[in-house]
Design a protein around this ligand. Sequence first.
Ligand code: NDP
Ligand code: 8X3
Length: 261
Amino acid sequence: MTRTVLITGASSGFGKACAERFAAAGDRLILLARRKERLEKLAQQLGENCETTLIAVDITDATALEKALSSLAPPFDQPDILINNAGLALGLLPAPESDIQDWETMISTNNLALVRMTRLILPGMSERNRGHIINIGSTAGNWPYPGGNVYGATKAFVQQFSRGLRSDVLGKKIKVTNIEPGLAETEFSLVRFKHDKEQAGKVYEGTQPLTAQDVADAVFWVCATPAHVNINSIEMMPLCQAWGPFKIDRTMEFDQASEID
Ligand code: NDP
Ligand code: 8X3
């Protein structure tokens, strides 16, 4: 049976790789991102055998998003799978030096837009008693690192929201999965470092990071599990990545019990 798959952030990275993976399986795609020309190129690449509709919208624009979704024609108006993937990290500065605008953009894209999208699609899934929501979280939502502050917090939100959704749809044939990748080479670092190619390149230097296809394979697999199985989450890292020890500062000196009196 042909499934209708709505993929946000389909113009690049994981979203594009998911589009390619699901198209190869014969699914029908709704591809969403801001860069229209990228979406058009992707649709062309997927070919005439793949039924595709494009939504070129800034997902943080609630009115435009609602309008675009409500104007989807059948059979695109009944997505079976929603891949909430559009998102970004901006900056890697310690919290006191971070740009508040960057923080707001991350919250607005990774969280607000994701919950709005979910709220627009979930009632239809609930009525049809059929659906799968896949959220793209991150290892950054599970494990903190210096400079990850708000980005990590947005992904922790995505993890807990995914669990909450599962609780709410219990009794319905609706699956919810949070995919949590670690180091993966896409345009992610280029965006994080405001298109500084050198800084972005250094992130992957000397590593064999996850590829967008590795993540798309995981997304595709969770959608292929038997009807009675729900994969709650998958945390995946490249083999070259693991945890470090807790950092301990050995230079601090204290001459009174509390410095905040
Ligand atoms: P990319 O930068 O390659 O892709 C991000 C996608 O999100 C693009 O298609 C972009 O499209 C879209 N997007 C961003 N902002 C908006 C917006 N306001 N409206 C619509 N679309 C938007 O990065 P990845 O593929 O790596 O990232 C995909 C997801 O995976 C993100 O949520 C990211 O946080 C997460 N992730 C990434 C990891 C990594 O190391 N790469 C690891 C773990 C999680 P456009 O610019 O055309 O709008
Ligand atoms: C992306 C992974 O470690 O760069 O979510 O934050 S990381």
